[in-house]
Ligand binder design. Structure first.
Ligand code: PMP
Length: 435
């Protein structure tokens, strides 16, 4: 036989699953805050899947909507037809989105949302006759998915170093993580807003007329929950606006209530020109993403024969009816269960629970915002990632699922979490941090 048992099948290339055979983590079911493993154990989901199951697993309304939609209208090609749920969803997203972001491009993932936004940025400038604006600026430590555009603007070097030169004309702003000055700051770091001036350096270097867009995660998630210093995003907004450069917020993690508001843009009070989303849009049930843009950006290339270019863009599954039904039901659930407000009301309790870990063995920094938290550990000398990964394995055995990135443990529980479950989650992490 080609394979001896289920775990020999090579479907799972993710590095986080190294040691998977020694420490198999196989799940058979999930409901609310908990996974059930194939051997019948309950494990609390401390990460909402991969930052996506905001309403908890198997949220009834979403499950029912998906079941119903599959039987009613399973598919309609968006290149040739519309269907009511796609329009309804677009309208709902436009209502939810900040400022004048009222046009939506549907995608199937966060990575696709990023590629879409980057293409839109280039198309917009071209349609306005600003052909020279082709440069893109990301940020060190930024994560924007795994496709070519996303790894080019992304600032996690390991993700792109094997793939040659990628997109040309890409620069990265200096990252904002300053553990020396900001360790153990609850909420936004006090120091570091001046790092936004790095954008001025790039403008001086290349000329504003060559720069199409700046893309940043308002709160960098995958690199280990790196919060923007106070005033940083506001300053990026000022500089980009002054120089006609588009500002894209990659909100694949921060959208749909993670920070206690619909979007990170609301939480940090900054209006970008475009927002990329995915994950929580459907509560993780069906793959779907959405890019939100202003009418001005949309109209520049989509309406009227007088415009210079027409953007050919879209996917086979754009606006898939089942995905739209899942997303509408997810948005209904978020609204009716007031989950964004719930996340906001738990923010302080969550922060206090996390900060109770200060002083425990090897805890080097704690960071938090909304219902996101990170505990950074001192690495084991010469073996980076080992401390956090061993802690993660111990927590799994004790009944909690966390996430690690380097020696940072990240948590982002479903927004339905109760206070006693916060205590349980943080309690398990505390027990898993051994001297
Ligand atoms: N952008 C950000 C900010 C993300 O966090 C992620 C996923 N973690 C992505 C893009 C990529 O999303 P996906 O894995 O759905 O392609």
């Amino acid at each position: 036989p080609k394979r001896a048992n289920a775990m020999d099948a090579y479907w799972m290339p993710f590095t986080a699953n190294r040691q998977f055979k020694q420490n198999p983590r196989m799940v058979a079911a999930a409901e609310g805050m908990y996974y059930t493993t194939t051997d019948g154990r309950k494990v609390m989901d401390g990460t909402a899947g991969l930052w996506c199951v905001n309403a908890g697993h198997a949220a009834p309304r979403i499950t029912e909507a998906v079941q119903k939609q599959v039987t009613e209208l399973d598919y309609a090609p968006a290149f040739q037809m519309g269907h009511p749920k796609a329009f309804e969803l677009a309208n709902r997203l436009a209502e939810l989105a900040p400022g004048d972001l009222n046009h939506v491009f549907f995608t199937n993932s966060g990575s696709e949302s990023v590629e879409t936004a980057l293409k839109i940025a280039l198309a917009y400038h071209k349609a306005k006759g600003e052909q020279g604006r082709t440069r893109l600026i990301g940020r060190e430590k930024g994560y924007h998915g795994v496709n070519f555009g996303g790894i080019s603007v992304g600032g996690i070097v390991n993700n792109r170093r094997h793939f040659g030169s990628l997109l040309t004309g890409v620069d990265h702003l200096r990252h904002t993580h300053d553990p020396e000055r900001n360790a153990f700051t609850k909420g936004q770091p006090e120091h570091g807003a001046e790092l936004a001036e790095d954008l001025v350096r790039l403008i001086d270097l290349h000329g504003a007329e060559t720069i199409a867009a700046v893309i940043v995660e308002p709160m960098a998630g995958s690199a280990g929950v790196i919060l923007p210093p106070k005033g940083y995003l506001q300053r990026l907004r000022e500089i980009t606006r002054e120089h006609g450069i588009l500002l894209i917020f990659d909100e694949v993690i921060t959208a749909y209530g993670r920070l206690g508001r619909a979007f990170g843009a609301d939480y940090y009070c900054v209006e970008p020109d475009m927002i990329t989303t995915a994950k929580g849009l459907t509560n993780g049930v069906i793959p779907m993403g959405a890019v939100m843009v202003s009418s001005e950006i949309h109209d520049a290339f989509m309406t009227g024969p007088e415009h210079m270019i027409e953007l050919f863009h879209g996917y086979t599954y754009s606006g898939n009816p089942v995905a739209c039904a899942a997303a509408l039901a997810a948005l209904d659930t978020y609204r009716e269960e007031e989950l964004f407000e719930r996340a906001a009301s738990l923010e302080e309790y969550w922060a206090d629970a996390l900060f109770s870990l200060k002083g425990l063995p090897h805890v080097k920094d704690i960071r938090c915002a909304g219902l996101v938290g990170a505990v950074e550990l001192e690495p084991v000398a010469g073996v980076p990632t080992k401390r956090a990964f061993d802690t993660y394995l111990r927590a799994w055995d004790k009944g909690a699922h966390l996430r690690t990135t380097g020696d940072i443990i990240a948590m982002s529980p479903p927004l339905i979490i109760e206070k006693r479950e916060i205590d349980e989650l943080i309690g398990i992490l505390a027990e898993s941090l051994i001297a």
